[in-house]
Design a protein around this ligand. Structure first.
Ligand SMILES: Nc1ncnc2c1ncn2[C@@H]1O[C@H](COP(=O)(O)OP(=O)(O)OP(=O)(O)O)[C@@H](O)[C@H]1O
Length: 303
């Protein structure tokens, strides 16, 4: 990276995600510029555009930091674009949280005050993180199959913009009322190579410990670890789904015998072909899915 005082920031801005926080990206840019950074703004014009911009920026090596300004979906697009560049060392990723849940930003301690975020982007240190990969597509925080993936697949973007996280709560309720989900065949490979096989109604592979905002799903996993924690919800039925949702909201998931949390280097999930797999809050793959730790290296600006 070049000297902090002339750090070149390329900000990839998703204006659709940004509608919930008008003016935030401008405030971050002003603070970063005041702290000595040289800032270029690239605004996306459609889904998928952030990936193409990030790929081109990483290939041309014209940015010292590639910043995703949006929600977790935008970050996911940017990381996948950077990985496509196929160059040696990638520039670090920065985040301006403008989305609904902003799970990665919470994990990095990068929420709130735009002035602090701008200074962090201009001057802050980068730390190494490891991403996950699901059928070739990277994710930074989590990938899931079952209820949460069906909620993500069914979400109405307009409703999400209007009511924010409430759209997920409504989607969750609709899924619970829709009745008992299917169950999935999950093969988990532990760090020592042991393979175990499980049935689960929902399965979430976590790279970080937060989920859907700041709910804690897998308390002991951190972004820098070359590891996933597989969280398996094993009890079927409406009542169990309702109990799981309530326990997550109240922070009481720990210690339940019907929820397994298994350290994993990889997992394979089988179920009806074509069922959605969510990654970082968007549908990124379909069943059957192979999920593992990505072999490449990422760095992220954050605490
Ligand atoms: N210019 C654009 N027009 C329409 N859609 C876009 C545009 N740029 C990006 N997108 C898409 O918008 C979707 C939502 O973005 P994102 O996930 O970043 O925000 P969010 O949904 O508000 O936040 P979160 O994922 O944190 O809940 C992503 O799937 C992304 O591909």
């Amino acid at each position: 990276m070049s000297h902090a005082l002339d750090r070149r920031l390329a900000i990839i801005f998703n204006p659709v995600a940004g509608r919930r926080r008008p003016g935030m990206v401008e405030q971050v840019m002003a603070a970063a510029t005041a702290a000595g950074a040289v800032v270029a703004l690239h605004t996306t014009d459609a889904a998928g555009h952030a990936t193409a911009i990030a790929r081109d920026l990483a290939r041309s090596a014209t940015a010292d930091v590639i910043v995703a300004a949006g929600g977790d979906g935008t970050i996911n697009e940017v990381v996948n674009g950077m990985a496509m560049a196929g160059t040696g060392e990638l520039p670090p990723l920065g985040v301006v949280p403008l989305g609904t849940a902003n799970v990665l930003a919470h994990e990095l301690g990068l929420v709130g005050d735009p002035v602090r975020i701008g200074r962090q982007l201009a001057l802050g240190p980068a730390r190494p993180v490891r991403a996950g990969v699901a059928n070739g597509r990277l994710f930074t925080m989590m990938a899931g199959v079952g209820m949460d993936a069906r909620v993500v697949a069914g979400i109405d973007p307009a409703l999400k913009r209007r009511v924010g996280k409430g759209a997920y709560a409504l989607g969750g309720l609709r899924e619970i009322l829709a009745g008992p989900g299917l169950d999935y065949d999950v093969m988990v490979t532990a760090p020592d190579g042991t393979i175990t096989r499980h049935r689960a109604v929902s399965c979430i592979l976590c790279k970080g410990h937060y989920y859907a905002g700041t709910f804690v799903l897998a308390p002991d996993i951190r972004l820098e670890q070359p590891l996933l924690h597989a969280v398996l919800f094993t009890r079927p039925g409406r009542l169990a789904a309702l109990t799981y949702a309530a326990a997550m909201t109240l922070g009481r998931l720990g210690g339940r015998p019907d929820i397994l949390v298994l350290p994993a280097v990889s997992a394979r999930i089988d179920g009806p072909t074509g069922e959605p797999v969510q990654g970082d809050g968007d549908i990124i793959a379909r069943l059957p899915v192979d999920i593992s730790v990505w072999g490449g290296r990422l760095r992220v600006l954050g605490m």
